[in-house]
Design a binder for this molecule. Structure first.
Ligand SMILES: [Mn+2]
Length: 387
């Protein structure tokens, strides 16, 4: 049996300051996911929450999703099991699921508008031949006031789902949560939910063979867990926190005899790059404008601009570009402050430290800027010697 685990689609996401919807990116990636489902002969598609980025998605976003569902669950007859994430409106997901379930009777799109009642748990489990899929959709801690007791509630729900799985079935379990030790990308929304312990499903290992998580946008397998625990990450780069990350979906193959699933991450195409560029002065701007001409169709740029070193006409020119602008007038000062500690520690070449810092932060350091820093370092050295 082969499952395709995906999460955090975020259809209809936009970048701050850029009006253009990013549905063309989603279309390309979703088409690619369809091709994986076909070529790998996937038996069921999982979506571990955050299908849409906004509670009320645009008509175009809903159309894109509907087209995908018709292709996968209608034409290819592959069921889809999805749960709502913190970005999805539970009501919206609920209303979509009515038609969704008609396309394929094994489809499930689960949402919680309130804490589930006993009968709701029946719908949260899909029992098929030899395996079951169950999931806990996201429930807002603010609306339902479960802060600090979420772990207990979660465990109670897992127990109820587990009890509904036939004795000989293995269970694949979905949720949209933060697990201890998971690494954030920086573009996830931090709510008041508690982190779940890595071993919270430990009492159910006789049935549960895979924990299909969503919420964190970096692909990762959590280490030292009783059950394979995986975040596939988002399917496109949702925001700049993910600018350097690759995007994946995970093919999970489960043999009935061998309960350890084999996991194969499949890299997705990245239709657009996200890149941060620092503009310290006129020279950097000129260089950037050359790149912008060439790359604006395939890259979203975020400019960090030192306003104090640019002519007014240059600032006006920047304001007309279709880029994200962040104005700061203290970049050099920030860096010089952050390295002043190193200078006194007998580091031979503090510029190397700065270069490394800039590389890590994906900042551009111009020759001009390096010369300025050399001057600053010299000044600091002399000052230290005087003291
Ligand atoms: Mn998300």
């Amino acid at each position: 049996m082969k499952l395709l685990h995906t999460a955090d689609w975020h259809i209809d996401v936009k970048l701050a300051q850029i009006e253009k919807p990013r549905l063309d990116e989603h279309k390309e990636v979703l088409d690619y996911i369809v091709s994986i489902i076909e070529s790998q002969k996937i038996d069921i598609l999982l979506i571990s929450g955050d299908i849409f980025h906004r509670p009320i998605p645009s008509f175009e976003a809903e159309k894109l999703f509907a087209e995908f569902v018709v292709k996968v669950s209608g034409d290819l007859k592959v069921p889809i099991f999805g749960i709502a994430g913190n970005h999805d409106s539970a009501m919206k997901v609920d209303s979509i699921s009515i038609l969704f379930n008609k396309i394929n009777h094994n489809n499930r799109l689960l949402s919680l508008t309130r804490s589930p009642e006993e009968k709701d748990f029946d719908n949260m489990v899909l029992n098929l031949e030899g395996f079951s899929v169950a999931g806990v959709p996201y429930l807002s801690p603010y609306k339902y006031n479960y802060k600090n007791v979420y772990r207990d509630i979660f465990e109670k729900w897992v127990r109820k789902l587990y009890d509904r799985v036939p004795k000989d079935n293995v269970l694949i379990f979905l949720s949209h949560d933060t697990v201890a030790d998971a690494k954030f990308s920086g573009s996830e929304y931090m709510d008041a939910s508690e982190k779940l312990n890595k071993d919270i499903l430990g009492n159910y290992i006789d049935k549960i063979v895979y924990w299909a998580l969503g919420h964190i946008h970096e692909y990762q397998k959590i280490e030292d867990t009783p059950i394979p625990t995986v975040y596939p990450g988002s399917i496109i780069k949702v925001d700049f926190g993910e600018k350097n990350s690759k995007k994946y979906v995970v093919v999970v193959e489960i043999e009935k005899k061998d309960r350890m699933p084999s996991l194969k991450p499949v890299e997705l195409p990245s239709p657009r790059n996200l890149e941060e560029v620092v503009i310290y002065g006129e020279q950097d701007l000129e260089r950037f404008l050359e790149r912008y001409k060439e790359e604006k169709e395939k890259t979203y740029f975020k400019l960090k601009i030192d306003k104090t070193r640019l002519h007014d006409r240059s600032i006006k020119k920047i304001s007309e570009l279709d880029v994200i602008k962040e104005f700061a007038g203290r970049i050099t000062k920030d860096i010089s402050e952050s390295i002043s500690g190193y200078v006194s520690k007998n580091i031979k070449d503090p510029i190397k430290v700065v270069e490394k810092y800039c590389q890590e932060k994906n900042l551009f350091l111009s020759e001009d800027e390096k010369n300025k820093l050399r001057e600053i370092i010299e000044l600091l050295r002399r000052k230290n010697e005087e003291n």
